[in-house]
Write a protein that binds this ligand. Structure first.
Ligand code: GAP
Length: 516
């Protein structure tokens, strides 16, 4: 199946099984804003817990924070967001559609990459096991031609971005003959900068309302609380402050479902270090974060680092962790060495001294910062994409059937255990309820008595439930049940009194933490 179709199915699945709904759907929706349904909210909460505990619980020198979304507007002047948090936009005059100029060019680069991969794939099929992709890349004329085009375009693109040269961005679009996907024409406007922050007003207009911004990142809430936390927590450098919270960006190209949203959630760590040690810490966090992703078991080959060509105005090093989504490798998390830019700016704009006295060095300085920043929603999409499988199986009647199964790592699944009475009568339903009443304080359990057992298994597979327990007549005699495992579909007969420890060992976050 084409990757595009897989993605479409995934989006439909998210809706059908209560993971993600379009916001305000009965009013025809609101662009790039989504709501999480009964299963989505559970998965999302588990992702946040996996992140929070890995930061705050496992690191003695990391503490948490929950700062307000509304902040003093000068914060965004100091951080550079008022002046520099822009996207370069271009409109197609025929379709009246608006695009990000940088995204159009990135898509063009991806087309060259695709062409190269297709050549390699074709050759692989032709030459079989003896095929050497490295040698092919270095010698094949067609691949070399595409690679040269890619190199030339990439160099020109990076220079235009670094010089903030909007005319050159437009020229690249024209030279590359990039067409509007809707109208198919090259009738483009000039490229303009567009600020991504949403604003609103606080206070009554009679007194003079204050224009405030909805935060585009949670990080600034951490910076402006640096002194509060450091002093009240008696924190010693190096130390970190972690925060999870909503962020808002008026994204123009809001596509690919929950990949790019206007309201989303971030999980950010600002780690404060001695000046001069920041690049060492940057390397450490880069690896720590990659380990966190790979502990989920979705295959190392599906992740890669992407070094930034153009550094943000606050950074002296930056890397993304990318995952191979059905629409290609894309950023899930960013790791930045933010220098002392933010704290120095807040010191300057607030007039308050923001320094740390380092007893080891016997001197005061403005700490440097290494940041790790990941979107909860993007992580959610990554997990859904990696977990979605369509499999051919043998149905109850012995005939071929299909199942959709979400192989979500057990500690993150919305429901851990489904308890299914074989039938409603003969006291089986009551026994099933009894089991749930005993286990519901430990796990998110679901009771289901409707339809055949096969259909009930399919429903649980489709939301990723790792264990289904069936209560039958033997249960009433010997206090045993059948437990069925999601991935293998194998079944065991186990004692009810053993269920808790059996399930605990599989669904505990400790299972993931042990791999970090
Ligand atoms: N404080 C640094 C910062 O905000 P960023 O690269 O702009 O850096 C960090 O964002 C992460 O937030 C991204 O890697 C992505 O996972 C998530 N993110 C950013 N914009 C997003 C959007 N419009 N929708 C969903 N997630 C987004």
């Amino acid at each position: 199946m084409a990757q595009e179709d897989v993605f479409k199915k995934l989006v439909a699945h998210c809706k059908e099984y209560g993971f993600v709904f379009q916001s305000s759907e009965i009013y025809d929706g609101l662009g790039a804003v989504y709501d999480y349904g009964q299963n989505g909210v559970e998965l999302k909460n588990n992702i946040k817990k996996y992140w929070w505990d890995s930061m705050v619980l496992l690191n003695e020198n990391v503490v948490g924070l929950d700062s307000a979304i509304f902040m003093h507007p000068t914060i965004w002047k100091a951080s550079g967001h008022v002046d520099a948090f822009n996207d370069p936009l271009i409109d197609n005059k025929d379709s009246k559609k608006r695009y990000r100029a940088d995204v159009l060019i990135e898509e063009q680069l991806a087309k060259y990459e695709d062409k190269i991969e297709k050549e390699i794939e074709k050759a692989h099929k032709r030459f079989g096991d003896s095929f050497d992709p490295k040698q092919f890349r270095e010698t094949n004329a067609r691949v070399l031609e595409y690679q040269a085009k890619w190199d030339e375009l990439q160099a020109r693109f990076v220079k235009a971005l670094n010089d903030s040269n909007l005319d050159e961005l437009k020229q690249i679009i024209i030279d590359q003959e990039i067409v509007c996907p809707v109208s198919g024409t090259r009738n483009w406007t000039d490229v303009r900068q567009f600020n991504l922050m949403f604003s609103t007003e606080m206070g009554s207009t009679v007194d003079g309302a204050l224009k405030i911004f909805l935060r585009p990142e949670t990080a600034q809430g951490i910076f402006v609380n640096y002194l509060n936390v450091q002093k009240t927590g008696r924190m010693k450098i190096p130390f970190g402050i972690a925060q999870i919270g909503k962020a808002f960006r008026n994204e123009i190209v809001a596509r690919q479902f929950i990949f790019r949203m206007r309201e989303f959630e971030q999980m950010e760590l600002q780690f404060f270090v001695r000046p001069g040690s920041e690049l060492e810490w940057f390397q450490k966090w880069k690896q720590t974060r990659m380990n966190w992703h790979q502990a989920l078991g979705f295959g190392q080959e599906n992740y890669r680092f992407h070094e930034h060509d153009k550094l943000a105005h606050y950074a002296n090093a930056a890397v993304d962790i990318e995952y191979r989504f059905p629409f290609g490798f894309k950023e899930v998390e960013g790791i930045h060495s933010r220098t002392d830019f933010d704290l120095s700016q807040h010191q300057k704009f607030s007039g308050k001294k923001i320094t740390y006295f380092d007893p080891g060095l016997n001197e005061s300085y403005v700490p440097f910062v290494v940041e790790t920043s990941i979107g909860v929603d993007r992580m959610f999409l990554q997990i859904m994409a990696a977990s979605y499988y369509e499999e051919e199986i043998l149905g109850e009647d012995g005939k071929k059937d299909m199942r959709v199964v979400l192989r979500i790592p057990a500690p993150l699944t919305p429901v851990k255990l489904a308890v299914l009475p074989l039938m409603k009568k003969d006291g089986l339903a009551e026994k099933a309820r009894e089991i749930i009443d005993d286990l519901k304080f430990d796990f998110n359990c679901q009771y289901d008595e409707k339809d055949s057992i096969g259909k009930r298994y399919r429903r649980q597979d489709a939301i990723g439930t790792p264990f289904c327990v069936t209560v039958d007549h033997i249960t009433l005699e010997d206090e045993t049940v059948t437990i069925r495992y999601r991935d293998t579909m194998l079944q065991d007969r186990v004692r009810i009194c053993d269920l808790k420890s059996l399930i605990s060992s599989e669904v505990s976050m400790k299972k993931l933490f042990a791999k970090l």
